[in-house]
Design a protein around this ligand. Structure first.
Ligand code: ADQ
Length: 489
């Protein structure tokens, strides 16, 4: 009865993530302009309506002065957001350093930084210390705003110490932690100098969630092999304390996309785009400009396809929309130049005076423009080298009402486990295979397209972000009740 009650009444949910769902820009007069930021976590949680949600996180700006901090706190309160203020130095060490230079590549199987070993080891320590300090700062803000009965849902690899710090403050706090990236094989995780501390800190949570069963299994293996704890069907156990570990595949708010297609604004965009690309098949890539998304590999596969299929050269166009992220990290700057260089070379090679085969945009698109693009696309190319789930593949499917376009999907995206039967699965490292899949997709008979699309559409519209959040929170409530019962026995 309590479980059911909690599931459907409006429980307060504190969503703690590195970034708030809005980015703040300071205006000259000390007021703040707030903009919704692009990203998977934001897209998924915006669809969650059944909890009274507060967001706690960093607003993405350095605000050293108290006046500015107060003004921003007030502006964010209107959006149910509570800021954590991080100074430049900690952002550099914690966010650019430990999170994005160490954990992100490692969790995506790109390994640890390879430069001078000794220097790297020293950097590890100072960045790891900053990581813990930053996590403590998040914990302090949560503790300040926490009310008895709240659910605290910590997100992602930025906040692996948060469960530990929260439980140290209040052992009765209901704490869940969800990882949006893959959790790699334990053989990869064990290369990390701080491997044990991180695992133990996460295990302080009541519930630990991943997108797929494989990631959950890797995590449990890491805990058994590295920490020597016991792996059970429910999770990880150490000296009678059980941390529940399970898979909760994320989804999207598919109704929001389907409804948007009816809007006049979107229909106008669609009309314009159809006119602009009349007579051509449209292929689409939408990614954050990140090395894990496999953008250079995708473009090289498209080049190979053009090379081998001369009759398609002026009949197909690739639209690659890549929103820049982490622009102050040198690897990301290098990636941008690399992508520009490849696109320029291919357009020079296969372009004509009137048309180019690749349109590459380095920017974010607004929601309506994005829906229109998804709707007119014939073939979507999602070729991540690794990806926790990949919501772009879901969004594309949701917007393909009448068109029934084809999805080419990396087998290394979590989405391959849910959309695998409808998509053409590829190894993104195998450029020849991706090129021949492009050819297969463009020539696919209508009945096969229909069948594949129906499979994916059914999945996307029945596994929504709301269900994902509700399942996680409901499981967290259940886990806490079960743990209380275990303790009493
Ligand atoms: P991301 O790596 O950000 O998310 P993804 O799941 O594809 O990847 O989500 C990207 C989101 O940003 C989508 O909603 C998409 O519409 C939006 N977006 C991307 N490029 C855009 C552009 N140019 N303009 C406008 N919007 C754009 C992380 C993990 C994923 C995991 C999600 C959710 O890396 O694997 O699926 O979290 O858990």
């Amino acid at each position: 009865c309590e479980k059911q009650g909690k599931r459907f009444s409006k429980q307060r949910l504190l969503v703690v993530a590195n970034r708030l769902p809005v980015s703040a820009v300071r205006m000259g007069d000390d007021s703040w302009s707030l903009e919704i930021s692009a990203g998977g976590l934001v897209s998924a949680l915006l669809g969650v309506k059944e909890f009274e949600t507060r967001w706690i996180g960093w607003a993405g700006v350095n605000v050293p002065d108290e006046v500015g901090q107060k003004a921003l706190t007030n502006a964010l309160a209107v959006k149910s957001c509570i800021p954590v203020f991080l100074d430049k130095e900690i952002v550099h060490e914690y966010y650019n350093g430990y999170c994005n230079n160490i954990l992100w590549p490692l969790f995506h199987y790109l390994g640890l930084p390879q430069e001078d070993r000794l220097a790297t080891t020293l950097t590890f320590q100072s960045q790891f210390d900053a990581y813990k300090r930053a996590n403590q700062m998040f914990a302090d803000v949560v503790n300040e705003h926490y009310e008895e009965g709240d659910i605290v849902w910590c997100h992602d690899y930025h906040l692996m110490f948060l469960p530990k710090f929260l439980k140290e403050f209040n052992s009765r706090m209901k704490v869940g932690w969800f990882l949006h990236t893959p959790f790699p094989s334990s053989e990869i995780h064990r290369t990390l100098p701080s491997r044990s501390e991180l695992l133990k800190a996460v295990l302080a949570a009541d519930l630990v969630g991943f997108h797929t069963y494989d990631y959950a299994r890797h995590f449990v293996s890491a805990c058994t092999r590295i920490l020597g704890f016991e792996g059970t069907p429910e999770g990880v156990e150490d000296q009678g304390k059980l941390t529940r570990v399970a898979a909760f595949p994320i989804g999207i708010d598919s109704d929001r996309f389907i409804r948007a297609l009816e809007l006049q604004q979107v229909q106008e965009h669609i009309k314009e785009l159809k006119k602009r690309f009349a007579g051509k098949k449209i292929m689409l890539g939408v990614d954050r400009l990140d090395m894990i998304k496999g953008i250079p590999q995708k473009i090289l596969a498209f080049e190979k396809f053009l090379e081998e299929n001369s009759s398609w050269r002026d009949q197909v166009v690739l639209l690659q929309i890549a929103v820049p992220t982490r622009t102050d990290v040198p690897e990301y700057q290098k990636l941008t130049s690399q992508v520009h260089e490849i696109v320029g070379r291919i357009n020079g090679r296969f372009g004509t005076l009137t048309a180019v085969p690749i349109h590459h945009l380095d920017r974010s698109l607004d929601f309506h423009a994005l829906c229109a693009l998804y709707a007119i696309t014939d073939v979507a190319l999602v070729t991540s080298l690794r990806d926790g789930m990949n919501l772009v593949s879901y969004e594309f499917v949701a917007c393909q009402g009448s068109k029934k376009g084809v999805l080419i999907l990396s087998e290394f995206a979590g989405a391959a486990q849910s959309l695998g039967a409808g998509a053409i699965l590829v190894n993104p490292w195998n450029i020849t295979e991706v090129a021949s899949s492009i050819s297969y997709a463009l020539n696919m008979p209508a009945d096969e397209r229909e069948k594949r699309h129906q499979h994916n559409f059914m999945h996307v519209t029945t596994h929504k972000s709301q269900d994902w959040a509700e399942m996680f929170v409901s499981e967290l409530n259940d886990t806490i009740i079960e743990n209380q019962l275990r303790k009493k026995q």
